[in-house]
Design a protein around this ligand. Structure first.
Ligand SMILES: [Fe+2]
Length: 344
């Protein structure tokens, strides 16, 4: 159903995301409350934020007149890969922006997002965070004796950018563009009744090394836009206390806490000051390259296993006009069907 491609390179990870913000000071406040750490000093009109992991930075915020998602960068597995893709695209390399340096190949995907392939950026010493609450008392296995769980509201420590989700009016073209250039493998694909894929979750091909269930997801829709950026935190308690912290700071909660079906992440979604969505996640699926692609009929019920229903703003609008494209009608119908017997 998804024909295999021989990719130019196999990229390794999502390294960083970039935004233009008309109010970068407030954006910085959101990112810090979300769990990122600002790098000092800010450059002229630009500020950079790291996670607790080794990436030189995870988020770039450029001061401007608009609120725009500019794009993201993927890490190459080798300098040879960077050059191989540059040759394929017949484009030159340039110095990577911001802390850490390195080289990058700058491309634009079919929807116009700025996509860099990055190599050679310096890494940072990871920041220390609390241990995961790995010891869990089970009905038949007591592993946490005389050790109460005591956590406080605090920004959820985020380690790295986990994935980016894009809505696109050219799903097939976007899917092929990313698979051909960066070696993305389809982990799960949701289809409408005629078999057309309209939602896809794609992971990096790391061979026998496990990769996140998805580092990129695409949803067919009327216009090209960012749906969300997701960052990995420690565990459910980090997500819960991170939620309390974000609530205390007055930020707009969007959806969660729940667990996804495709990818299995425990999730919680927030909106930044410009209305873009950010997801905290923990305990997501990891797959090796040989894990087969799953195919599923698109449904709202298939988007989450437990937790609240989708917020109204993520639900499809009312019935489409009679002359709307058949694919749009099929997507809206699939996402409109009651996901649980007690939900409408
Ligand atoms: Fe997500």
């Amino acid at each position: 159903m998804i024909p295999p491609v021989e990719p130019i390179v196999r990229a390794d990870a999502i390294a960083r995301v970039s935004f233009e913000r008309s109010d970068p000071v407030r954006m910085a406040r959101f990112l810090v409350d979300f769990g990122f750490v600002p790098l000092a000093p800010p450059a002229e009109g630009r500020q950079y934020f790291r996670g607790c992991g080794p990436a030189s930075y995870c988020v770039e915020v450029i001061a401007g007149t608009h609120d725009v998602f500019l794009g993201f960068a993927l890490s190459a597995r080798s300098r040879d890969d960077l050059h191989a893709l540059a040759r394929f695209e017949r484009r030159g390399l340039g110095p990577a922006e911001g802390p850490g340096g390195g080289e990058r190949l700058r491309l634009h995907d079919p929807d116009g997002h700025r996509i860099d392939l990055l190599w050679g950026a310096e890494t940072l010493s990871p920041l220390s965070v609390r241990e995961p609450l790995a010891a869990v008392n089970l009905p038949n296995a007591a592993t946490r004796i005389n050790r109460p769980v005591r956590s406080e509201p605090a920004p959820a420590p985020v380690f790295r950018i986990g994935h980016v989700v894009l809505q696109t009016p050219r799903f097939g073209e976007m899917m092929d563009w990313y698979r051909t250039r960066f070696g993305f493998l389809a982990s799960d694909i949701a289809t409408i009744p005629d078999g057309t894929p309209v939602l896809g979750f794609f992971r990096f091909d790391r061979g026998e090394e496990p990769a996140d269930h998805h580092s990129l997801a695409l949803l067919a829709g009327p216009d090209a836009r960012l749906l969300h950026v997701s960052a990995e935190t420690i565990d459910l308690d980090a997500i819960g206390q991170g939620q309390q912290h974000l609530r205390a700071q007055g930020w707009n909660h969007h959806w969660g806490i729940g667990r996804h079906v495709l990818g299995s992440q425990i999730f919680d979604y927030w909106k930044d000051n410009a209305g873009d969505e950010w997801e905290h996640y923990a305990d997501g699926d990891l797959m090796t390259a040989d894990y087969p692609t799953g195919f599923h009929p698109l449904s709202r019920a298939g988007l989450w296993a437990w937790g609240d229903d989708l917020p109204d703003s993520m639900r499809p609008p009312g019935p489409l006009p009679a002359d709307a494209p058949a694919q749009a009608r099929a997507i809206i119908e699939a996402l409109s069907a009651a996901p649980r017997p007690w939900l409408r």
